[in-house]
Design a protein around this ligand. Structure first.
Ligand SMILES: Cc1cc2nc3c(=O)[nH]c(=O)nc-3n(C[C@H](O)[C@H](O)[C@H](O)COP(=O)(O)OP(=O)(O)OC[C@H]3O[C@@H](n4cnc5c(N)ncnc54)[C@H](O)[C@@H]3O)c2cc1C
Ligand SMILES: NC(=O)c1ccc[n+]([C@@H]2O[C@H](COP(=O)([O-])OP(=O)(O)OC[C@H]3O[C@@H](n4cnc5c(N)ncnc54)[C@H](O)[C@@H]3O)[C@@H](O)[C@H]2O)c1
Length: 484
């Protein structure tokens, strides 16, 4: 017999969990289907949390080295495994599992363990691991099935020396050298993590600069800091052949050059989890990369079927996935509150050091022909950054030269992903550079950098002149100065 719900959510990652509880908050009868034994998706189990657990260990090693605490010796044992280095992963993941279960329970969301697939646009069959099945029907369905690592067809992922961003978490020993193919967020994060663990890392990326969605100055600074950490960068380059052997892997690049590394991590993007969904039965079609097209309400081409999170594509962040699902379920419930995803989406990249950014970049403003000025605060001038031994990078504010409104915040340095939130709030509340001039910041803090970046930007505004008759170009990078 079919069980009927107002809303059925497929997937218990960040999007599924928040979509389900948001719908239940509006009084809907909600069921959530998850195929795995544990909730949390890629975020809790294979991506965000495990990679950050490994990063915390690598960061602690690097911080201990850089804080000049004499008499303490640190080295990574050759016998240690990657799971052992993910120190607090077990604890954090277990707490996430119970938090998610409690959250769903508290909102009265009924959970089903099994793989969901469409029978028709309102009907799902849930295949339970014991082979039995349960039919669910729903007025509204939210697809939040996420993604998995993309496997290029010419790579032998079954070889013990070749890893993707899931299997890397099982690596049995820290290698002497690691080649990372793909300089996206995952590739850059793992490059800096393994470099901090003392591994010789080679990063191969097809693009001319890393993370092209970042402000170019920040992305170049990241390249410089990775190079300083010992990462060998091969940009505008692709691996054409991988030949794994008993001791190492021979990698041929498209310019004919060759690299030899003990292990290889392929981080060349992700593909949507849609195969098991039988989308045709719902009248849906995914892209070649398994992604679903949605409108601004997160409705697919079948209006009562919504999709949110990684399965709808860029930006592929847990943070955004949660909010997309909340917006989707608010729309489905017919509420006017939170009808649209905010334009102010921060990105947090957990390289060492971190990179975080929100709002306009110099490049987006140039493309729109909007004049701007830039203010920097170098973290080498920040007492807290020096105390923690991480006085690298900068905070960069982008502001309007006419009304001093804050337009963008870009940071590379320690705790950048936390630091960016203050700027996000100021932009969201329509604030300007003067907020930072009037504010008193705790001392010593990293946040204090905002005041000095604001002074710098206001200084630039003094000498700023409106665009000439030829356009706004004259107002552009004149204001830019590398702060290193
Ligand atoms: C290495 C790495 C590091 C990352 N670090 C960060 C970070 O620091 N910050 C950040 O914001 N994001 C990070 N991300 C991205 C983040 O993990 C994803 O954006 C997020 O997990 C997406 O959430 P989701 O709910 O869309 O999908 P997922 O988390 O993938 O969850 C989808 C769920 O659906 C289930 N499912 C799939 N098909 C079915 C089906 N047919 N029936 C039932 N269940 C099904 C899956 O089992 C899974 O549990 C990282 C990703 C990786 C790979
Ligand atoms: N902090 C975070 O938020 C975080 C951390 C890690 C991953 N993620 C998410 O996980 C997802 C996956 O990340 P990703 O880095 O694997 O994918 P990606 O698509 O973001 O980046 C892949 C990169 O690899 C390059 N590439 C592809 N094939 C290549 C090849 N053969 N040789 C050289 N370069 C090649 C591409 O040009 C691109 O630069 C993204 O959605 C990302 O947002 C987020």
């Amino acid at each position: 017999m079919a069980l009927h719900y107002d809303v059925v959510v497929i997937g218990s990652g960040p999007a599924g969990e928040r979509g389900a509880t948001q719908a239940a908050f509006f009084g809907k009868k909600v069921a959530l289907v998850e195929k795995e034994a544990v909730p949390g998706g890629a975020c809790a189990n294979t991506g965000t949390i495990p990679s950050k657990a490994l990063r915390e260990t690598a960061l602690a090693i690097q911080q201990a080295r850089s804080r000049d605490a004499h008499g303490i010796e640190l080295h990574v044992s050759g016998a240690v495994t990657i799971p052992e280095l993910m120190g607090r992963r077990g604890l954090v993941t277990a707490r996430e599992h119970s938090r998610i279960r409690n959250h769903l329970n508290d909102f009265g969301v009924e959970t089903f363990r099994g793989t969901a697939s469409f029978v028709d646009p309102h009907r799902l069959q849930v295949t339970i691991p014991d082979g039995s099945s349960q039919t669910l029907t729903a007025d509204t369905i939210l697809v939040a099935t996420g993604t998995r690592p993309f496997h290029p067809s010419n790579v032998a992922f079954d070889h013990a020396r070749i890893y993707d961003s899931d299997s890397i978490l099982m690596m049995s020993a820290v290698p002497r050298s690691l080649a990372i193919l793909g300089g996206g967020v995952a590739g850059c994060e793992y490059a800096s993590i393994f470099a901090a663990l003392g591994v010789h890392v080679t990063l191969v990326d097809s693009k001319s600069r890393l993370l092209t969605f970042l402000d170019a100055e920040v992305s170049r600074a990241l390249q410089d800091l990775l190079a300083m950490a010992g990462v060998e960068l091969h940009q505008e380059s692709r691996a054409t052949k991988l030949e794994p052997g008993d001791r190492d892997v021979l990698i041929t690049l498209d310019d004919g050059s060759r690299l030899v590394c003990e292990k290889v991590l392929v981080a060349s993007g992700r593909i949507g989890n849609v195969e098991s969904l039988n989308l045709e039965a719902a009248g849906l079609q995914a892209s070649e990369r398994g992604l679903l097209k949605v409108n601004e309400n997160y409705q697919t081409t079948v209006p009562h079927i919504y999709a949110a999170g990684d399965v709808v594509g860029f930006p592929g962040l847990a943070a955004t996935a949660m909010e997309q699902a909340r917006v989707a379920m608010t729309h489905a419930a017919g509420h006017s509150y939170k009808q649209k995803l905010t334009d102010l989406l921060p990105v947090g990249i957990y390289t060492i050091p971190e990179v975080s950014s929100v709002g306009e970049t110099e490049e987006t403003l140039q493309a729109k022909g909007i004049p701007y000025v830039v203010g920097h605060a170098r973290l080498v001038d920040n007492a807290r950054a020096n105390l923690i031994g991480e006085a690298v990078g900068f905070l960069k504010l982008i502001a309007s030269p006419t009304d001093q409104a804050l337009l963008g915040v870009h940071c590379i340095g320690p705790n950048a992903s936390e630091l960016v939130h203050l700027g996000t709030a100021v932009i969201a509340l329509g604030g300007d550079l003067h907020y930072f001039i009037h504010a008193v910041f705790n001392y010593p803090t990293l946040g204090e950098a905002y005041k000095y970046a604001a002074y710098d930007a206001l200084d630039k505004i003094k000498s700023w002149r409106p665009a000439s008759a030829e356009g706004t170009a004259a107002a552009k990078p004149r204001a830019v100065e590398k702060a290193g």
